[in-house]
Design a binder for this molecule. Structure first.
Ligand code: PLP
Ligand code: SF4
Length: 335
């Protein structure tokens, strides 16, 4: 269903930068819209910042709904530190240079921004995003130098934070520098922006991106209510520019841990030309424990997907092995 709460929706003419500037970042601003416990939100906000831009806010239908849960700071983020770790996948240990993760031989993740258009409460990089980590021109050069001097790298995945939070010319500079390295065959961008702030996907941005093919973009869509006329337009622009689009959905309790919701999400993704790529089982990251579900639940949902929808709409269910072992597929028919 493509519907929207128009009451709080922002005026059409606001640019993505203006929308970002109007984001809710404090409990007092949030309290203008919803009755919240200001002290609790404040305590969480001090550790894990909040940013809810007016576009994403306009998609929230009720307090506590699946989009609210992803956006609004929750006191439970401060209560789960025992079984959880800030960096369970040992990303920091697999960083040969700052802000670059080299886990699989042929590809690296290059963290080019620490900002996001929204700070998702379930983020697996909560330890980093929005917390004043500075990615300087010098550290970017170190990353590019590492890629240039490591010929086994065939693919570079720009991630963050969100690469699309960079200005067009800055992102273009990075893409061009990497594109000039002969052994890098594929570029990929991991972004949530087409979902959480689709206004950022401007004609100018896409015109720039299409010069760097083969370029893939993976987006994180987690709920059918995130698929709107705006996000459909953003994805159409990128798909029309020949950019293959995927979704790395995260299995989240209270958001999409339900066969009907997930079926609906996957069906609507293929309609906007986004191929479901992964369904990620959540990582045991500090501050995200209240989003965790069981693997049995994930397998049950996958079996329902296989029974209901065509192959192009089915993601691969994966889990990251602790300690940096990498992603492994989970077979829904194994017990
Ligand atoms: C997930 C991930 C990748 C990309 O893996 P794909 O399976 O190719 O999508 C690369 N590096 C790291 C560290 C990752 O976590
Ligand atoms: S957009 Fe991605 S990196 Fe940023 S907070 Fe959300 S999940 Fe984390």
């Amino acid at each position: 269903m493509i519907t929207k709460n128009t009451q709080r929706s922002p005026k059409r003419e606001l640019s993505w930068r203006e929308l970002l500037l109007k984001s809710i970042v404090s409990p007092h601003q949030l309290a203008d819209f919803f009755p919240v416990d200001i002290d609790a939100v404040q305590r969480v906000n001090e550790l894990y910042p909040m940013r809810i831009n007016p576009y994403y806010l306009s998609l929230i239908r009720d307090q506590g709904d699946p989009l609210w849960i992803q956006a609004v700071a929750d006191i439970r983020e401060l209560q789960d530190h025992s079984a959880m770790q800030s960096d369970p996948l040992l990303e920091e240990g697999q960083s040969p240079v700052p802000h670059l993760i080299h886990r699989y031989p042929d590809r690296v993740v290059f963290l080019v921004s620490s900002q996001c258009a929204m700070y998702c409460r379930h983020c697996m990089r909560k330890r980093r995003v929005g917390r004043g980590i500075r990615i300087t021109p010098k550290s970017l050069e170190k990353g590019i130098h590492y890629i240039r001097s490591t010929p086994v790298i065939r693919e570079v995945i720009l991630s963050g934070g969100d690469p699309f939070m960079l200005a067009d010319d800055h992102l273009e500079y990075i893409l061009r520098a990497i594109r000039m390295i002969p052994h890098v065959e594929i570029l990929r961008v991991h972004s949530r922006v087409p979902c959480v702030l689709p206004q950022r996907i401007t004609v100018g941005l896409v015109r720039m991106l299409r010069r760097f093919h083969p370029l893939y973009i993976n987006i994180q869509f987690n709920h059918p209510n995130e698929i709107t006329p705006e996000s459909a337009t953003a994805c159409a622009r990128m798909a029309d520019a020949g950019i293959p689009l995927g979704s790395q959905t995260v299995l989240l309790k209270g958001v999409n841990d339900d066969a009907d919701v997930m079926t609906n999400l996957m069906r609507n993704l293929v309609k906007i030309r986004v191929k479901p790529y992964y369904l990620h089982h959540g990582d045991p990251v500090s501050g995200t424990g209240h989003f965790r579900t069981t693997i049995a639940k994930g397998k049950e949902i996958m079996r329902a997907l296989y029974a209901a929808i065509p192959g192009e709409a089915i993601p691969q269910y994966v889990i990251d092995l602790p300690g940096g072992g990498g992603k492994v597929p989970l077979d829904p028919n194994d017990s």
